[in-house]
Design a protein around this ligand. Structure first.
Ligand SMILES: [Mg+2]
Length: 183
C-alpha cells in the first residue's frame, strides 16, 4: 500500500462527540482505541473535561469496548485512565502497528471490528491503518503551537487535501458556542 493510502483516515469528524453506537454499527465496529491528548482532553491539561467523560460513559453503557492508546507518559495516561474509567496504556509507541494490534487483542476483538480515534495522521491514522483498523481522525481540541507540531499539521493538511478533506482551525475550531467545549 502506498504511504498516501496509509495516511488516509476512514472517517474525518469534528470530535468524539460525533461518534455514536449507530455510527459504529454502520461501520461494523465494536470497539475503539482512543488517543488521549487533543482527542479526549486538551493537550497537557489536567482540568476536568466533562464532555469526554460523559461520552465515554455513554459508549461503555452501550456495550462499546474502549481502551486508551496514548503516547503520553505512563503517569499522565494512568491519571486519565482513572478519571475516565478506561483501560489502556501510555507510552504506546504509536505509530508502531504492533502496539495497535496488541491493544485490539486486549479488547478481545479482531482488528476489523476496532476503530482507532485520534487527532494525528502520522501516529494515530498511520499506525491504525498499518494494523488493519478503521481509522477515525478528529480535529485537535487545542492548537498547540510547538514548532514540530506546526510542521506536522501543515503536512497533515496537505495529505488530507489530497484525500479531499478540508481540515484545520478555519474549518472547525473547538470552543465555538455550538460545541459546548469543556462543558
Ligand atoms: Mg493526540
Amino acid at each position: 500500500m502506498s504511504l498516501l493510502k496509509l495516511l488516509r483516515p476512514g472517517d474525518v469528524i469534528r470530535s468524539v462527540a460525533d461518534i455514536t453506537p449507530e455510527f459504529l454499527a454502520a461501520r461494523g465496529l465494536r470497539g475503539l482505541l482512543l488517543d488521549l491528548d487533543n482527542t479526549l482532553v486538551p493537550y497537557h491539561s489536567y482540568d476536568d473535561f466533562p464532555r469526554s467523560a460523559r461520552w465515554v460513559e455513554e459508549m461503555t453503557g452501550s456495550g462499546i469496548r474502549l481502551a486508551l492508546l496514548s503516547n503520553a507518559t505512563v503517569k499522565r495516561a494512568e491519571e486519565w485512565r482513572g478519571r475516565l474509567a478506561l483501560e489502556g496504556v501510555g507510552m504506546a509507541g504509536k505509530p508502531n502497528p504492533a502496539a495497535f494490534r496488541r491493544a485490539a487483542r486486549a479488547l478481545g476483538l479482531p482488528p476489523q471490528q476496532v476503530g482507532m480515534v485520534g487527532d494525528q495522521l502520522f501516529t494515530d491514522v498511520l499506525g491504525g491503518n498499518l494494523a488493519g483498523l478503521h481509522t477515525i481522525l478528529v480535529h485537535p481540541l487545542i492548537d498547540n503551537a510547538l514548532p514540530h507540531t506546526r510542521i506536522a499539521r501543515m503536512l497533515e493538511r496537505r495529505v488530507l487535501a489530497r484525500h479531499g478533506h478540508a481540515w484545520g482551525p478555519e474549518v472547525w475550531q473547538p470552543g465555538g458556542a455550538e460545541d459546548g467545549y469543556g462543558k
